[in-house]
Design a protein around this ligand. Structure first.
Ligand code: XIL
Length: 332
């Protein structure tokens, strides 16, 4: 019988996993409860799934995950309140279905009001169980002069949409930490653009508690020192760090479709070992680490960036421990 990941990491940080509602029963649920002490909805709390038409919430799937956390004493992360993907069609349209326009004050006001209502409804429903929120997701683009991704949020509201999202979240939450979440946060240009946006928020007196580092990385990239440097930078700004969507693709590019070899899975195990060595060494700067999936039978990397049989997680398709698991729990 193998050692629970959560026991090995108990003195360092919470260890979480992204879940879909069907995984909340049977062998998946058993594996989850054995190894993890925190969960996050892989999709159920995103705007499209949870508010498919305006003011009519589809709480079922998100409630199922939240109730599982409540019943089993798990922590829960809230993902995500504002994103440019997986939004309902109505969000950026007016009452007759025309797109909301940039530079239109009435459209700006309408979208701000929608943002406030949505954040209020979602945050207040899960205040008792969600300990941290990804308030905004993937808003940074270092190729833009202001460092902000060009999205309908930016176009219709303007750059202060991020301030507003954090203010609305702060007003609605009773206990939850407020995070700015993004991918490639270890890339120096992305990291610095993110740091500039965070400095601006803090300088304007906006409450931000931490950075969420998605950490969708590859078997051979990026170098782990970059992850360390990024964590240190955000610590120096006074913020917490959370690793929010960890997986390690077995592929080193976006086009390879060859089957993943056992040798690659062993190399992946060493990479997980080295990465968790780093996380443990910086555990005073990292309050939680969340894997983006329980086992290789259900990972978004089977369809992104292309359809292929990627194997990025700690457990295999049969829910058996991989070298990746042993790298995390038995780092010698
Ligand atoms: C992914 C989910 O895992 C997939 O099931 C879905 O089809 C697309 O979104 N960054 C994020 C996550 O912040 O919400 C994404 O999740 C993965 C990339």
């Amino acid at each position: 019988d193998i050692t629970p990941v959560k026991s090995v990491l108990a003195s360092y940080f919470d260890i979480g996993v992204a879940v879909e509602p069907p995984e909340l029963s049977g062998p998946h649920a058993q594996l989850l409860l054995k190894h993890f002490n925190s969960i996050v909805a892989g999709n159920a709390m995103k705007w499209g799934p949870i508010e498919p038409t305006e003011g009519n919430f589809n709480w079922g799937p998100a409630d199922a995950i939240a109730n599982f956390a409540r019943a089993n004493g798990l922590k829960m992360r809230g993902h995500t309140l504002l994103w440019h993907n997986q939004n309902p069609a109505w969000l950026f349209r007016d009452a007759v279905g025309n797109p909301l326009e940039s530079g239109n004050p009435a459209h700006r006001a309408l979208l701000i009001q929608r943002l406030q209502s949505h954040l209020n409804a979602v945050v207040s429903r899960y205040n008792d169980v969600v300990s941290d929120w990804d308030v905004v997701n993937e808003v940074i683009d270092p190729s833009q002069p202001n460092g902000l991704r060009n999205t309908p949020w930016l176009q219709i509201i303007g750059p202060d949409y991020i301030d507003l999202a954090f203010q609305f979240a702060a007003a609605a939450t009773t206990t939850g930490g407020l995070y700015i979440n993004d991918f490639n946060t270890e890339d120096p240009a992305k990291r610095d653009a993110l740091a500039n946006v965070v400095r601006g928020l803090l300088a304007r007196g906006i409450r931000v508690d931490g950075v969420g580092h998605q950490t969708h990385i590859r078997i051979d990239y990026p170098p782990l020192e970059r992850i360390a440097q990024s964590i240190d930078l955000f610590t120096s700004l006074g913020l917490d760090n959370q690793i929010t969507e960890l997986d390690i693709s077995a592929y080193s590019n976006d086009t390879d479709t060859s089957p993943v070899s056992q040798e690659t899975l062993v190399r992946q195990g060493y990479r997980y070992r080295d990465l968790f060595d780093l996380f443990r060494a910086k555990s005073s700067q990292i309050s939680s680490v969340t894997l983006w999936g329980l086992a290789d039978d259900n990972t978004w990397l089977k369809t992104f960036p292309i359809r292929r049989d990627d194997k990025p997680l700690l457990f295999d398709e049969q829910l058996q421990a991989k070298p990746a698991y042993y790298g995390v729990v038995d780092p010698s």
